[in-house]
Design a protein around this ligand. Structure first.
Ligand SMILES: C[S@@+](CC[C@H](N)C(=O)[O-])C[C@H]1O[C@@H](n2cnc3c(N)ncnc32)[C@H](O)[C@@H]1O
Length: 287
């Protein structure tokens, strides 16, 4: 393990110790604690060659989560594959804020009936599934343009036994709801927001392995954010909330776009765990 850790470190792989432990436990199908309990057991040759090929994949910058097929989000285990973005810890602030709005009684009065929540651009389903676990009687919708991503989201919903409360829809943003008259108490989205011209400067783990469709927000990264804000009001109940994750540098412009719609009565920016503005929220007018 020490040799592997040192090797990964030389190859500039972050958190090399943790990485070697995770890869070995994945290879042996054991927890990391179990690895320590059997630390003096010699590895069989098939285990050594399997472990080596996992290390090679990581050195080629494949994200650890695609190698193991798992990522934790909101303390839940999510299956991931290259069709979906690996859910990021900062996205948890969207879930946190949704819970706060409910706790502070800031959702529309109609939410005393069944709460309706949309996760727009659901990817692995991390947001929709986490919210389904937290809001036990809510009805959720999870949409994405990618059929492959929706298949992963469905699998995660089934794994966490919430699939009967989530409606999965495929389409280009709002087009997924063209034939559905539903309006929502909350619309939550972590859309693609990386400016197209900076995409190739991202770490190799991101730009060579994660789906470009999940990240590329076209010019200045604002394409999807703008479409979500300008049309979002049409899909919200009076008093309903729009919560969007974005880059800190995009939040000012997003607030201006919100004002320009005249559809929202309040708006704010919220910070992530690194104290950067990461999310914009807005409440739809009552009338
Ligand atoms: C940044 S990822 C977010 C995934 C997931 N919600 C999360 O937070 O981990 C953006 C998602 O939007 C989807 N997407 C991209 N373009 C879209 C479009 N035009 N309409 C709907 N979804 C789209 C991508 O397939 C991807 O799953």
């Amino acid at each position: 393990m020490n040799v592997t850790t040192e090797f990964l470190k030389q190859k500039e792989i972050e958190s090399s110790r943790l990485c070697s432990e995770v890869l070995l436990s994945h290879q042996l199908k054991k927890s990391r604690v179990e690895l320590y309990l059997e630390f003096d057991r010699p590895l069989r040759s098939d285990e050594i060659s399997g472990f080596r090929s996992l290390i090679k994949r990581r050195i080629n910058r494949e994200p650890l989560q695609y190698i193991t097929g798992h990522q934790e989000f909101w303390s839940l285990d999510f299956l991931v594959n290259p069709a979906v973005l690996v859910p990021r810890p900062e996205t948890e602030i969207l879930v946190e804020e949704a819970l706060r709005l409910k706790q502070d009684n800031l959702l529309p009065d109609s939410a005393s009936g069944q709460l309706t929540i949309l996760d727009l651009g659901t990817g692995s389903g991390a947001i929709a599934v986490s919210l389904a676990k937290e809001f036990e009687s809510a009805a959720l919708w999870a949409s994405d343009i990618s059929a492959e991503a929706l298949a992963v989201a469905r699998e995660n919903a089934e794994h966490h036994t919430v699939s009967e409360r989530i409606t999965f829809c495929q389409g280009d943003l709002w087009q997924a709801f063209d034939n559905s008259p539903v309006t929502f108490d909350m619309i939550i989205s972590n859309p693609p927001y990386i400016p197209a011209d900076t995409f190739d400067t991202l770490p190799a783990e991101v730009c060579s392995y994660e789906p470009r469709i999940a990240l590329d927000g076209h010019e200045k990264g604002m394409h999807f954010i703008e479409r979500i804000i300008t049309q979002g009001g049409d899909y919200l109940k009076p008093g309903g909330w729009l919560l969007i994750e974005m880059d800190p540098g995009q939040t000012e412009q997003a607030l201006e776009l919100i004002d320009a719609t005249q559809s929202f009565r309040s708006k704010a920016r919220l910070m992530d765990y690194r104290k950067k503005y990461r999310m914009v929220k807005a409440q739809k007018n009552n009338g």
